[in-house]
Design a protein around this ligand. Structure first.
Ligand code: NAD
Length: 330
């Protein structure tokens, strides 16, 4: 397996996501060409992206020099074929419609170099549905950036049955240079990010529909309690720190109230049965915790949450807080 170094890219579909992805790649020093539905549409997007990048840097949201690098590295192309002709990596970011992606991925793979890697930014469509539209399926995978693409660090990677390990490693290497964290997930509709988000959003709606809390109060609870932890720790790390035995007991109440859909997961039961209660007794989802590791984790957690509170105080309330307050005043 040999990891290649991606130095040039094309982004096809210069809308909201494609534009942000192109900015990020260009800011990191890669040569990037853009193409949208027509030369005029692409040119308009390029001008919007340059203006945005200048404003982002002026506001301190991008590191000094980012705007100059984006100016130097980002170009519009007159067609998809021209954009992809001689680049190492192509990211497709057109509408989330199979028919549109089929046409665009077909054109991309016909015009690209045979060794060019092709990624799609689809949020929900499985690779096995899109891969047949690509010539050379071994070089195709999902490279799913999140919104807003210039600022969200995580990227989901989804391989098809044909995607080679070298292609995945090459894309990971590139994402590292673009300061992104990537995680590989299996090829199932909605992947991990949207599956979890949809479950949370659906349950939040049910809570509102049952009259338990208003949308504003649900949002306050989410962002100020468990959501406050999420920039630092995912659900498994949080469970290890909370105590897996605590979860087993909590799920009894949840299952009694809401039935089997909220029964205790088998894995939690098994870990607790094996005497693994998380950080507090030295073993959990993350394996063994030595005394030193447990202390370091708790110290990091406390510092992270205190810093988070500081950042939020410094930023001030989001503009939605004023709307919430106005609504509650009637
Ligand atoms: N918006 C989000 O929050 C988000 C987050 C993650 C992933 N995505 C995914 O990213 C992709 C793009 O979404 P978006 O929000 O940027 O949409 P968007 O509507 O802002 O942009 C899509 C762009 O594709 C262009 N386009 C459409 N057909 C084309 C064609 N045949 N040839 C060339 N360009 C064409 C459009 O003109 C438009 O500029 C979708 O697959 C979407 O699911 C979106």
């Amino acid at each position: 397996m040999s990891v290649q170094i991606i130095r040039s890219a094309a982004v096809i579909g210069a809308g909201y996501m494609g534009g942000g992805i192109a900015q990020s790649l260009a800011a990191s020093g890669m040569k990037v060409t853009l193409a949208d539905v027509s030369p005029e549409a692409t040119q308009r997007s390029l001008e919007r992206l340059l203006g945005e990048a200048r404003d982002f840097e002026a506001q301190g949201l991008l590191t000094p020099g980012s705007y100059d690098r984006i100016m130097t590295n980002l170009r519009s192309a007159p067609s998809i074929e021209e954009a992809v002709r001689d680049v190492d990596f192509i990211e497709e970011a057109v509408f989330e419609r199979e028919d549109v992606k089929k046409e665009v991925l077909g054109r991309i793979s016909a015009a690209a170099r045979p060794d060019a890697i092709i990624g799609t930014n689809t949020s929900t469509i499985p690779v096995h549905v899109l891969a047949p539209f690509v010539t050379g399926q071994e070089r195709f995978l999902t490279v799913h950036f999140s919104n807003p693409a210039p600022f969200i660090p995580g990227v989901e990677l989804v391989s098809g049955t044909e995607t080679t390990k070298a292609v995945v490693e090459t894309v990971k290497e590139m994402l590292g240079r673009v300061n992104r964290q990537s995680a590989e997930v299996a090829d199932r509709p909605t992947f991990v990010l949207n599956r979890l988000q949809y479950v949370l959003f659906k349950e939040a709606n049910t809570i509102v529909e049952e009259g338990i809390a208003t949308p504003e109060d649900v949002d306050t609870i989410v962002r100020s309690t468990f959501g406050f932890r999420l920039p630092f720790f995912g659900p498994f790390a949080i469970a290890d720190m909370a105590g897996l035995d605590v979860y087993v007991n909590g799920f009894v109440t949840a299952e009694n109230a809401f039935g089997p859909r909220l029964s205790c997961p088998d894995t939690v039961r098994r870990l607790v049965a094996e005497g693994k209660h998380g950080v507090k007794n030295g073993a959990g989802y993350y394996g063994q915790y030595s005394k030193e590791e447990a202390e370091a984790l708790v110290a990091y957690r406390n510092k992270a949450y205190a810093k988070m509170a500081e950042v939020l105080r410094e930023l001030g309330p989001s503009p939605l807080e004023a709307k919430k307050n106005a609504k509650s005043r009637g």
